[in-house]
Design a protein around this ligand. Structure first.
Ligand SMILES: [Cu+2]
Length: 141
């Protein structure tokens, strides 16, 4: 029994040690009536090389990682399987660049509400951990 407890403690501490990605300036864009797809933005910073591999939310059926870029004067959007987070580099998800897209929204996103999200990260050794965040809904400025 004592052995079991210490094993749990070890697992707990190793998870905490990896849950290091700093999430800042996170916001979900307020949706207009009839709008079926939402967008979320944030800045991610990890002390070690890391990848964002999955995003989930109870408020949406699917969340995809997207990149918006200009190609010959045309705005293009593509889905990414993963988003690289180089060590100590702030990776910005912002309008016009990387962003998260929320499909099959359960209800409109209105200012003042919050959207829970679960981010899944993977480090270089393949270790995976999840980080829960609560993101406020805001109107685009
Ligand atoms: Cu998109």
């Amino acid at each position: 029994m004592i052995k079991k407890t210490s094993l749990f403690a070890l697992i707990f501490f190793s998870i905490t040690a990896f849950a290091d990605v700093t999430v800042s300036q996170a916001w979900v864009r307020e949706t207009k009536p009839g709008q079926e797809v939402g967008a979320a933005y944030m800045t991610l910073k990890s002390p070690v090389n890391m990848q964002l591999i999955k995003v989930e939310s109870k408020m949406a059926g699917t969340v995809e990682i997207h990149e918006m870029s200009m190609n010959n004067g045309v705005m293009k959007m593509r889905m990414l399987d993963t988003l690289d987070l180089p060590a100590n580099k702030a990776v910005e998800l912002a309008p016009g660049g990387f962003h998260l897209m929320l499909f099959d929204m359960k209800k409109p996103f209105t200012t003042g509400n919050q959207v829970d999200m679960l981010l899944t990260f993977k480090d270089k050794s393949g270790k995976v951990f999840k980080q829960k965040i609560t993101v406020p809904v805001k109107a685009a400025s």
